[in-house]
Design a binder for this molecule. Structure first.
Ligand code: ZN
Length: 447
């Protein structure tokens, strides 16, 4: 690091959030996001990212000028402050001030992870070990060794335990520069595989005792509400718990209450809103069943009445063009009946055309030709030969299949259907002028 002399940084951030400081050294780093400066101070209240806790933000102030510190990280033994610009005069002293609100929220979440750790071991067992953590101003994340899903009941118990420790307003107690053996004798939880120096810091909140270099609240009562928001599997035998505290937890609780109140208003303030929703859901299920039954009956009626309406055309083929008032459920119901390929309706507002030829059409007709003729030029354009093998392509598709007894049928769904004019009277099949009458929900049927 180039700059202005050497020296160690004194970290005073456990006790102070603001101090007078001088720059020991700095460097300029050019990257994609523009130039960045990295500064080392002779003393600093800024906590460098570590132990899962995010680095501090804040300001370096010289008179009326202030430079924003956007992050703080550790590099070997140095605490490095990241800025977008340099203070006006790097040789003069400045005020280094941590963003106290952000630090306060982060400290709430850090202390909460200690309480959570304690509650997890108390209720799940001492096999629970910390496998990782993230402590940020707006949330905390805690990974633990545990071989089963933490059940909602267990989570509720653990959450209650943490909130009880918050309500107890336990006073923060830390011991710095404790020989590691002494710290372990105090029952401090150390992270397996983590390297510790000869001397460590012990952070104690009542029954929770941990080796920790992070920043904490002076009393647990400051944390405010604690809410677990998720529990998930991170890897085999590792569970991840995410939680929020303080203003974030308040915000979530208020949002949920507002939703609940909105539901109560919608349901005209029932005495028991859960029972009211349950009843509504049951009613809905019953009504849906009734409706399905009614649609099935309607399809049955159509299936029996339609064939009689078919009229023979000039070439003796019975043709029926009929607009059916059926929705998607009706169409599904129709599939189950004998008129299956004959009843089609628009789905998502796209017209469906269906042609069914019975086993004795006797004229060598192909359902595919009838549809192409019905659509006129548009049919030829929209339904070229390569679509004729039951392949789905884009929004257009068709089904074809041999009906029992050797009949054939075709179905096409169109992006849109422009009604063909009389000039595009079918020439390739015996169907007489269906095109002019084709519209959404048309069914073609021979009887
Ligand atoms: Zn900690």
């Amino acid at each position: 690091m180039g700059g202005l002399g050497k020296g160690e940084t004194a970290f005073i951030g456990y006790d102070e959030l603001i101090t007078e400081a001088r720059i020991l050294r700095y460097r300029k780093v050019s990257g994609k996001g523009g130039d960045q400066f990295q500064l080392v101070l002779d003393r600093t209240p800024f906590y460098a990212e570590g132990g899962g806790q995010v680095g501090d933000q804040g300001w370096l102030i010289q008179g009326a000028d202030q430079v924003e510190v956007i992050d703080t990280k550790r590099e070997n033994q140095l605490i490095v402050h990241f800025t977008k610009e340099l203070p006006k005069d790097v040789t003069k002293p400045m005020t280094a001030q941590v963003h106290s609100q952000r630090r306060g929220l982060t400290a709430r979440n850090h202390t909460a992870t200690h309480l959570l750790h304690h509650a997890l071991r108390k209720h799940l067992g001492t096999h629970v070990e910390q496998k990782g953590s993230l402590v940020a101003p707006d949330r905390l994340r805690f990974d633990i060794s545990h071989f089963a899903k933490v059940t909602p009941e267990e989570l509720a118990t653990i959450e209650r335990e943490v909130n009880a420790m918050v309500t107890d307003d336990i006073v923060f107690d830390d011991k710095r520069n404790v020989p590691i053996a002494e710290a372990k004798a105090m029952g401090a939880m150390a992270l397996f595989g983590e390297k510790y120096g000869d001397n460590v810091r012990v952070v104690k909140f009542g029954p929770s005792v941990e080796l920790c270099g992070g920043t904490h609240v002076p009393r647990t009562g400051v944390i405010g509400p604690f809410r677990i928001v998720s529990e998930s599997a991170l890897a085999a035998g590792i569970r991840r718990i995410e939680a929020i505290t303080s203003v974030e937890a308040e915000r979530m609780i208020n949002e949920k209450l507002a939703k609940l109140e909105a539901i109560e208003v919608l349901l005209k303030n029932p005495a028991d809103v859960v029972a009211a929703v349950q009843k509504l859901s049951e009613q809905n299920t019953a009504l849906t069943k009734e409706l399905e039954k009614a649609v099935k009956e309607k399809v049955k009626r159509l299936a029996s009445s339609i064939p009689a309406k078919a009229k023979a055309n000039a070439k003796g083929v019975k043709v029926l063009v009929e607009q059916l008032d059926l929705d998607q459920n009706g169409w599904r119901a129709g599939r189950a009946t004998a008129i299956r390929p004959s009843l089609r309706v628009p789905i998502d507002g796209k017209p469906l055309l269906a042609v069914k030829l019975g086993k004795k059409d006797g004229k060598g007709l192909k359902a595919v030709d009838i549809i192409i003729d019905a659509l006129g030029d548009q049919g030829r354009r929209r339904w070229p030969t390569r679509f004729r093998n039951g392949r789905r392509q884009g929004a257009e598709w068709h089904e074809r299949g041999a009906e029992e007894g050797g009949g054939n049928s075709e179905l096409i769904r169109c992006r849109s259907l422009v009604q063909a004019s009389d000039s595009s009277v079918p020439s390739r099949s015996a169907v007489s002028q269906p095109s002019a009458r084709l519209a959404e929900g048309t069914a073609l049927l021979n009887a």
